[in-house]
Design a protein around this ligand. Sequence first.
Ligand SMILES: *[C@@H]1O[C@H](CO)[C@@H](O)[C@H](O)[C@H]1NC(C)=O
Ligand SMILES: *[C@@H]1O[C@H](CO)[C@@H](O)[C@H](O)[C@H]1NC(C)=O
Ligand SMILES: *[C@@H]1O[C@H](CO)[C@@H](O)[C@H](O)[C@H]1NC(C)=O
Ligand SMILES: *[C@@H]1O[C@H](CO)[C@@H](O)[C@H](O)[C@H]1NC(C)=O
Length: 392
Amino acid sequence: MIVLFLQIITCSLFTTTASSPHGFTIDLIQRRSNSSSSRLSKNQLQGASPYADTLFDYNIYLMKLQVGTPPFEIEAEIDTGSDLIWTQCMPCTNCYSQYAPIFDPSNSSTFKEKRCNGNSCHYKIIYADTTYSKGTLATETVTIHSTSGEPFVMPETTIGCGHNSSWFKPTFSGMVGLSWGPSSLITQMGGEYPGLMSYCFASQGTSKINFGTNAIVAGDGVVSTTMFLTTAKPGLYYLNLDAVSVGDTHVETMGTTFHALEGNIIIDSGTTLTYFPVSYCNLVREAVDHYVTAVRTADPTGNDMLCYYTDTIDIFPVITMHFSGGADLVLDKYNMYIETITRGTFCLAIICNNPPQDAIFGNRAQNNFLVGYDSSSLLVSFSPTNCSALWN
Ligand SMILES: *[C@@H]1O[C@H](CO)[C@@H](O)[C@H](O)[C@H]1NC(C)=O
Ligand SMILES: *[C@@H]1O[C@H](CO)[C@@H](O)[C@H](O)[C@H]1NC(C)=O
Ligand SMILES: *[C@@H]1O[C@H](CO)[C@@H](O)[C@H](O)[C@H]1NC(C)=O
Ligand SMILES: *[C@@H]1O[C@H](CO)[C@@H](O)[C@H](O)[C@H]1NC(C)=O
C-alpha cells in the first residue's frame, strides 16, 4: 500500500524530509541502531533461510509472524509499498475488529516501549486508501520460521503498537512493511540477509514468503528487470515499464509522458489493482476496446474501470507487460480482468489516475509469478509459477 503520510518520531539527531508520492511531506525521523548487527550472531543459521506462511484474504496477502515472549501469532499484510511493521495493540482506544486476537504487550516479557526524552515515541501512518494507524513505537522480539527448523528470531525489532487504527472491514492484525526503508522487516533482518525476498501470490490456498538465499529466483523461464531505488521517494521499488501489448497491439510508453528510463511504476504487494497515468492508460484501454466486441457498461465498483457485459473472460485479449531489459510478462487473463460482484460484468483491472499519483503494478497482476527482489544486484525477477501448487 502506498503511504500518503508517515511520521515516525524517535530521539534522533538525523532528520530526513521527503515528498511523499502524493505531494504530502514525510517527516521521517530515523534512528539507525546497531542492534541488527548484534542479533546476527544469534541468527547465524548456517545458510538457512527465514520464511513465513502466507494466505490470501480477498484482495490482499497476509503473512503469519509471531511477536513477543511467549510468541503471539499475528497475521499482517505483506506490503512492499511501506516501511513499518505495526500491529494493533491492547489497550485499544480505537481498534478495528480483526479476526485474530489483539496483541497485548503486557503479556510479553520482551516488549519495551521506546522512549523519547522521557515520553513515548509516536508514529502515524496514513495509506493511499485513507486507512491509518497511530500508536507508539516499541522494540519487541519478532519470530518467523527458518529452513533449518529452528525459529528465526529477531530480538529488539522496532515495531509500531497501534492504538488507533482504521480499516474498512474486519480483517488482519497489522502491516509488515517490506520496502527498502530503515524500519521494514527485511532491513531489520540485518546484514546477513541483504535484501533478498520472494513471494508467490495465488487466489487460493496458502503460500510462503522467503528471505535470504532461498528467495533467489533463477532458472528456466525467469525474466529480470532492474529495480530503481530513488531517494526522492524512499523505500519504494520502482520498475521501468516500456510497453504493454494488448493481443498483437504494442502500446509503447515512448512518446508519452509515462515514458522513463529510471523507473516509472512501483511494484507493490499491498495494492490490488494496477494503476497507469490517465493519458497512457487510455491508450491501453482503447487497444482493449478495439478487440472486445461485447457491450460496455459502467464500472459497478465505482472505480471507473473499463467494463463489459459478458459471462466469460475468454473474449478478452492477452496482455503482456514489457519491463526494461527484456522482461516480458505474459499475463494470464485472471491477472488483468476481474469479474465484479455484479455477475455478468468483467472489467480491465487497470485504473487510470492522475500524476503525481503513482503508477503501480499491483498484486493481482503479479498472481502466479514467483517474484524475487534482490536489492544487491538491483533486480526484480519473475518466474511463471502455479503459486497454489508451489508449496503443497
Ligand atoms: C556500531 O557498530 C560499530 C561497528 O561495529 C561500532 O564501532 C560502534 O561503536 C557501534 N555504535 C553503537 C552506538 O553501538
Ligand atoms: C483516532 O485518530 C483519528 C484520526 O487521527 C481521530 O480523528 C480520532 O479522534 C482518534 N480516536 C481516538 C479514540 O483517539
Ligand atoms: C494474556 O495472558 C493471559 C494469562 O496468561 C491469557 O489468559 C490471555 O489469553 C493473554 N492474552 C493475550 C491477548 O495474549
Ligand atoms: C495449480 O495448482 C492447483 C493446486 O494443485 C490446481 O488445482 C490447479 O489446477 C493448477 N492450475 C493450473 C493452471 O495448472
